[in-house]
Write a protein that binds this ligand. Sequence first.
Ligand SMILES: [Zn+2]
Length: 142
Amino acid sequence: MGGYGSGMSRSYKKSTADDCLQLDSNNFARCGSFKLGMRYGNIKWSQGEHEIGTCGYWSDIRESEASISFLYNERHVPIRLSWYAPGFGGRRYFFLCPVCGRRTRTLFFNQAAIACRICHDLTYESCNKSHHFDSLYKRMVE
Ligand SMILES: [Zn+2]
């Protein structure tokens, strides 16, 4: 006989930063991907010897505007880029989140979307400011 609560499932898992693949614009720039001109390539994420994700991209970097498109999970996601020019020359790039338009240095990829940390609702577990809210929530559900 099934006891009380035996049908309950704990399969729901809130997404955390670890569940997402991250793309940092500084790392991306270091690979030469933000040089002026058009280029395309492949981004790969690996864990040890295992490839855990891959994404195609093509970038279009000009003097006056810059954008990049990702091909991820068979979806085409265009992302606009913004930048500033630090004193020592060159440019520092930011992604503009395709969901909310915020400037972000890191994009997060998961099955559902490519977006910034906030859009992926990742701050809940990683941001200290939400701690108060965290305990309040727990008290309510207990
Ligand atoms: Zn966003």
